[in-house]
Design a protein around this ligand. Structure first.
Ligand code: NAP
Ligand code: ZN
Length: 347
């Protein structure tokens, strides 16, 4: 029997959430049913719910930072058992056969990465995310959450953790490397902790020094106000790698100038509008501009295990289901430190 569960849905781009009921299918042979305990609020939920990235499938049930406990398993499930603490991130399916999928990069599936919400699954039905009491997912797309990480602090790792982790590893963050993270928000505060855990020297480039104490406590070696005109001169050519988590329009050239010879500026933040940059400073310093989108299942598990080993996790504000609409405005205003997480028992 399919399960009827409570969920929070946005009816349109006003993103005023209200309670609704949705249906979750019975787990197929290779699927599990997860009892969701916490769901993080990613800025991508906000861009999508408000229709900022293009057409959205309403009613929308967002949520791709999901932590919970398995309540049912299909007959062929081998990796997980009832009672396991697990997570689900930004995608719930992919073809499994293309070159990216075979390389463990299901997030770049050549056929179709099925996103956790605002997409259609292989059955043609709209996908609905973690602002709900349960979700049915193929076992290969489900992560193990290490016992030492509380579920509320683990949920954001499924997106805000893997998203900075992936370019940090790919672009060689480690001992002797100078890494800067732009934006001390959900992704940014995880980027700081992960870059530090990987052994890099870490700087934060924030709009102000308001969050400096927290940044240093999370492992940053330096913390700068990007708005301070002195910062640009002082840090010219300083960084091997800069990861931008900024969600709004930005002065790309100002950050390119902070790159060392051969340095790379990687965007993970996804401002809705086009951004522009000058080619000259790229050529003159053999610098690169790059992008990155979350990470594959293997890398996500590696990141979760690293967090457990290093004793790191997201810093969260646990909120109720009634708080979600207002919390969206608080995220956009930069007032949440550093990730709002919905307690699903309040649905
Ligand atoms: P967030 O918690 O709101 O953090 C974004 C940070 O960017 C803010 O804390 C702020 O840092 C900075 N910022 C915001 N507005 C700014 C402005 N007008 N000018 C300069 N800096 C500004 O958001 P998030 O959840 O970390 O997500 C960040 C972005 O990444 C969003 O666009 C989201 O959609 C995207 N994202 C991408 C991926 C991917 O795979 N590529 C995955 C997840 C999210 P300070 O206060 O320190 O300045
Ligand atoms: Zn996200």
């Amino acid at each position: 029997m399919p399960t009827e569960v409570k969920a929070l849905a946005a009816p349109d781009s006003s993103a005023q959430f209200s309670r609704t009921e949705i249906t979750r299918r019975d787990p197929g042979p290779d699927e599990v049913l997860i009892d969701i305990k916490y769901a993080g609020i990613c800025h991508s939920d906000i861009h999508t719910a408000r229709g900022e990235w293009g057409p959205t499938l309403y009613p929308l049930v967002p949520g791709h930072e999901i932590a919970g406990v398995i309540s049912q398993v299909g007959t062929n499930v081998r990796k997980h058992q009832v009672g396991d603490r697990v997570g689900v991130g930004c995608f719930v399916d992919s073809c499994g056969q293309c070159a990216p999928c075979l390389a463990g990069e299901e997030n770049y599936c050549a056929d179709h990465t099925v996103w956790t919400y605002n997409d259609r699954g292989r059955d043609g039905e709209p996908t609905r995310g973690g602002y709900s009491q349960a979700i049915t997912v193929r076992e290969n797309y489900v992560l193990r959450i290490p016992d030492s990480i509380p579920l509320d602090r683990a949920a954001p790792l499924l997106c805000a953790g893997i998203t900075p982790y992936s370019p940090l590893v790919r672009h060689g963050a480690g001992p002797g490397k100078h890494v800067a993270i732009i934006g001390m928000g959900g992704l940014g505060h995880m980027g700081v902790q992960l870059a530090h855990a990987l052994g890099a020297e870490v700087s934060v480039l924030s709009r102000s020094l308001a969050k400096r104490e927290d940044g240093l406590a999370l492992g940053a070696d330096n913390y700068y106000a990007a708005s301070d005109p002195a910062t640009a001169g002082r840090l010219a050519g300083a960084f091997d790698l800069i990861v931008s988590t900024v969600s709004a329009d930005m002065d790309v050239d100002a950050y390119v100038n902070l790159l060392a010879l051969n340095g790379t500026l990687v965007f993970v933040g996804l401002p809705p509008d086009r951004q522009s940059f000058s080619i000259m400073p790229l050529c003159s310093g053999r610098r690169s501009i790059a992008g990155s989108n979350i990470g594959g299942i293997r890398a996500t598990q590696e990141m979760l295990d690293l967090c457990a080993e290093k004793g790191i996790a997201a810093k969260v504000e646990v909120i109720t289901a009634d708080d979600v609409t207002a919390t969206y405005d608080r995220v956009v205003a930069g007032a949440v430190r550093y990730r709002a997480v919905i307690d699903i028992s309040t649905l």
